[in-house]
Design a protein around this ligand. Structure first.
Ligand SMILES: Cc1cc2nc3c(=O)[nH]c(=O)nc-3n(C[C@H](O)[C@H](O)[C@H](O)COP(=O)(O)OP(=O)(O)OC[C@H]3O[C@@H](n4cnc5c(N)ncnc54)[C@H](O)[C@@H]3O)c2cc1C
Length: 207
């Protein structure tokens, strides 16, 4: 074993330490090695100036570094690809609403209770206030003023509804519907054991 001068040993330790620092700093500043090539060492620095963990997949360039700083989305990736909901057109909304109203009229009891008569009047009145097409709602308000709801029976209500629908049709330049054919056009729902019938048996639901 060769005896080493303690000063020499200390100098050697300092040199090793300096080399170590230089190696790690080169990861941050794109240090060129002795051969003059840019440092392509794929290893990550042992520590980062960023407070967030470095994404091991992204590369070193500034744009991807920016990405690695962004928050992860709070929802699954697949949801990001979904198309925005298709808006409903005024025509689709109208057809759907008339379908509801004419079906309701077809199913309206022959001998409605006072409450049922009140309900349809109230429903029409509410529609004229909150129908989600302001222009249509305002127009329907005028139609109702000129044609108060008649709901003394199923026949009366469905004929009244046919009439007001025709008022709207005319104002839009549409063909007028022959109201004697309303029962052929709009029937009751087909439900087992009269489950859809307003006068049918009451279903008990457990929620
Ligand atoms: C209360 C209300 C007010 C509206 N106001 C406006 C408005 O101001 N401006 C506007 O642009 N749109 C309005 N709409 C929408 C408009 O009435 C139509 O629904 C829309 O233009 C689509 O018309 P459509 O030709 O497809 O048939 P729709 O009029 O929607 O009728 C649907 C189906 O009902 C049947 N039908 C037609 N007339 C009658 C009738 N008299 N009785 C029974 N059945 C019939 C036909 O088979 C028809 O295909 C309104 C809708 C509602 C419900």
């Amino acid at each position: 074993m060769s005896q080493q001068n303690p000063i020499q040993a200390l100098l050697k330790t300092c040199e090793n330490f300096a080399q170590c620092i230089q190696t790690h700093l080169s990861h941050f500043v794109g240090h060129k090695d002795d051969s003059g090539n840019a440092n392509q060492n794929p290893r990550r620095p042992l520590f980062s100036l960023s407070s967030k963990p470095i994404n091991p997949i992204t590369s070193d360039d500034a744009s991807t570094a920016l990405h690695s700083e962004q928050e992860a989305p709070p929802y699954p990736i697949s949801l990001q690809k979904e198309q925005p909901a298709m808006p409903v057109s005024k025509e689709e909304l109208g057809r759907a609403t008339w379908t509801l109203l004419h079906t309701l009229a077809a199913q309206f009891p022959d001998h409605p209770t006072r409450q049922q008569r009140r309900d349809v009047k109230e429903l029409m009145s509410i529609l004229s206030r909150i129908y989600p097409c302001k222009e249509c709602a305002d127009h329907f308000k005028e139609v109702l003023k000129a044609n108060p709801v008649q709901a003394g029976s199923q026949a009366e209500f469905s004929q009244w509804l046919c009439h007001v629908h025709n008022v709207v049709n005319r104002s839009l330049g549409k063909v007028v519907f022959p109201c004697h054919r309303v029962d052929a056009r709009w029937g009751k729902l087909e439900c087992k054991e009269r489950a859809c019938d307003l006068e049918g048996t009451t279903t008990n639901f457990t929620i």
